[in-house]
Design a binder for this molecule. Sequence first.
Ligand SMILES: Nc1nc2c(ncn2[C@@H]2O[C@H](COP(=O)(O)OP(=O)(O)OP(=O)(O)O)[C@@H](O)[C@H]2O)c(=O)[nH]1
Length: 566
Amino acid sequence: MASPAVSVVCVGMAGSGKTTFMQRINSHLHSKDKVPYVLNLDPAVHSVPFDSNIDIRDSINYKEVMKQYNLGPNGGILTSLNLFATKVDQIIALLEKRTAPNPENPAAKQIEHILVDTPGQIEVFVWSASGSILLETLASSFPTVIAYIIDTPRASSTSTFMSNMLYACSILYKTKLPMILVFNKTDVKDAEFAKEWMTDFDKFQEALRAEEENGAFGSEGGVGGFGGGSGYMGSLLNSMSLMLEEFYRHLSVVGVSSMTGDGVDEFFEAVETKRQEFERDYKPELERKRKENEASKDSRREMELGKLMKDMNVSGSSRTRNGGPDGPETVSEAEDEEDDIIKRGLADGEDDSEEEYVGPHAGDDGDDDGLSQRYQQALSGSQSAATDQDNSFTRYLRATAWLSLQSLPLVAGPGMIVAMLLDETRPASSIEVYFARCLGFGLLTIALLTVMLTGSIPLTATVAEPVTTEDSDPKAPYALPTLMVTSLYHSISGFYAYTWYATGGQGVFAVAVAGNSLLAFIGLWCVLFASSEGKISRKTGADKRTTGFPFSNTEADKKHIGKKRI
Ligand SMILES: Nc1nc2c(ncn2[C@@H]2O[C@H](COP(=O)(O)OP(=O)(O)OP(=O)(O)O)[C@@H](O)[C@H]2O)c(=O)[nH]1
């Protein structure tokens, strides 16, 4: 059996080159015909230079979250991640589905790699509850490897190198996942020095001494340091490097240039080594976690919510900022906001679409209660998502039942129907009976087609899943059009019945108006809010009630996405 896809989570300090590295390994895998599955978890990134299959920005508008809850830039990223983490089960289900072998086409290439880009603010991901939830859940389903990206030119002095190593050590300790140290930008500075320092303590001491002698201690590349290497700092660095020896032993180290592509092959060799290590050393723990998760889904959700809320309380301090809670922090942000206000003013009311990103209760106050409610809703929403889709059969059945109800008296007792509609008392003529029965058969046929075309009734044994309106569903092309056409049919029928009622005043037409209008409204409501497209993001499974037609706001989102550098 083919091994499951390995997920590579790229973390690193701001500017270390995570995104460029992601782009490089993504294109490398494409060139090897091993198309990866890509996730972008950075809500504040302006644009990503690669196609991502799941993008946090598709479901969360980071700027809107900041505004809604009066948060600063980091609080905004954290809250966006927290909101996204509430959908983790759906994301993992989607990943499992996409990376599993296709039983109908066993020859099809299986996805071998899941690549994950994380926010530039490393601490927001690594130290937040949502980061842990996302990582833990990912690791409980797939072999997961952390790629810690280091800006090599910036790590060339002993002190910056040591700071980076300590940070990497803390991440390893926090995530408890296999780690690869990726010394990036080797086209600017070769990473050999770092490998030497990690394997040979004497070499590190030598470099430390050289920096002390040159008065370059604490500088990058040995230039312009502050000359404080002697005494306390020097001996501290010495003992730290000794202490880290054990840590170094558990790491794979590769030098890479994301610009030129050097070292990418070695990186994937390291990924394979770490994947095996994961399977060997982490698998038992993984199995235990998976069982635990299944057994305690509800209590786990409670715990996760608690963690998320605690996170928010801690980050609450970022809520009051210069110039009031909504005040911009940088010139570019101020310009952006001004831009937004102008656009909103012009579009007055048209931009309702943005509310989608902060949930169905966007009108809630931007306080902790509102946020707690939002998390609760998001959590329960993700639990009930499958049922919403499963309900499609019932939706269509209602329309079918109504049509059948109308057709039965027309077929079974056409004489009675005609007599009810006649002003005079006489038996129905044969032509009237003929047309009444024709109409009855016509309605029955439409009723049957309505159900068949939605795909709600499995016609072959291979259709094991309930119908959805997802693109991947072979029945999808029929579901929405069928719903639209039947809604239109009920609207027209309702209107026609109304004209009869208005002119003749017969009660039976009033019933027809009510029945048809009700079904037309149900149909319209389903088209707008209840289709998979309108409610659940196809990529993330996130709640997107107003992104479907006619509220589609993909473009508005693109315009209002926050800047990467905050
Ligand atoms: N010379 C060189 N420059 C690189 C390399 N990788 C990235 N860079 C540059 O480093 C800068 C930062 O790269 P990004 O990929 O945006 O870094 P990041 O870690 O995603 O940044 P944040 O998301 O803001 O944390 C850009 O100017 C890149 O062009 C490399 O291998 N060589």
